[in-house]
Unconditional design. Structure first.
Length: 249
């Protein structure tokens, strides 16, 4: 399936093609400016819904490469907290089925991180992360017709592998908190694909609905990038081949 098509005169590139070209160029022009590269890829994700997964992965890779060590984790955590606080447009736009998927994904992750934090002596950062997930679920549930949150989720597998887990998507061994973040990102990416429809395009008519849809998509993209960046900071491999694998159900 083609991502996009030229106009009938075959002269002007589409908004998607322009954004993708700028993002590719930023990899060369802004090698030492991670934030600039991340912004370019985030814009590509907005303009190219059919390549949402790839664009958000590249944006998160750029952010993760920007700093190192503890400062990087603090920055990634703050990014996630801030993205969670800006989910209201997405909450208003999601149909019930997709809302349930997004809410449950965030709520489960918050619970699992809280369980892991309770087992560690120095886990204040993990509790902050858990709270961000829980807050995201709360905001998303605020506009839902019903609340799918269970509050408590099965912990057998989690407690059996509190430190390292195997990602079912690709067999990679990764820190368990990193896999929790990766799973949350994948859940939202699945929501994003369905939200944009099978055609993989955002409506461009100048209307309130179109604007609301674009605001919702932007909020979702920011949250996905934040989850992916957090996963990498917690130890998930930053290679595209690993990140673009999807679980086999």
């Amino acid at each position: 399936m083609h991502v996009s098509q030229h106009d009938p005169d075959n002269l002007r590139p589409t908004a998607c093609e322009q954004a993708w070209t700028r993002a590719r160029q930023s990899e060369q022009l802004h090698k030492n400016q991670a934030d600039s590269r991340a912004k370019a890829w985030t814009q590509a994700a907005r303009e190219c819904p059919a390549r949402l997964d790839e664009a958000t992965v590249h944006a998160a890779q750029a952010l993760t490469a920007s700093r190192g060590g503890q400062a990087n984790r603090q920055t990634a955590t703050l990014r996630l907290v801030q993205a969670a606080q800006r989910l209201d447009p997405l909450a208003k736009a999601l149909p019930v089925e997709l809302a349930d998927q997004a809410i449950t994904g965030e709520d489960r992750s918050g619970f699992e991180l809280s369980v892991l934090a309770a087992r560690k002596t120095d886990a204040a950062w993990m509790l902050t992360l858990a709270d961000a997930h829980t807050a995201a679920a709360q905001i998303l549930a605020g506009h839902s017709k019903h609340d799918p949150r269970q509050g408590v989720y099965p912990t057998t597998d989690l407690l059996a592998h509190p430190d390292e887990s195997t990602d079912p998507a690709n067999g990679i061994q990764t820190p368990t908190p990193a896999l929790i973040e990766m799973d949350t990102a994948r859940s939202l990416l699945a929501v994003g694909r369905k939200l944009n429809g099978s055609a993989g395009t955002i409506r461009t008519d100048v209307s309130k609905n179109a604007k609301s849809h674009q605001e919702a998509t932007s909020a979702l993209i920011d949250m996905v990038v934040a989850h992916l960046s957090m996963a990498m900071n917690l130890g998930y491999p930053a290679t595209s081949s690993a990140l673009l694998q999807t679980p086999k159900h």
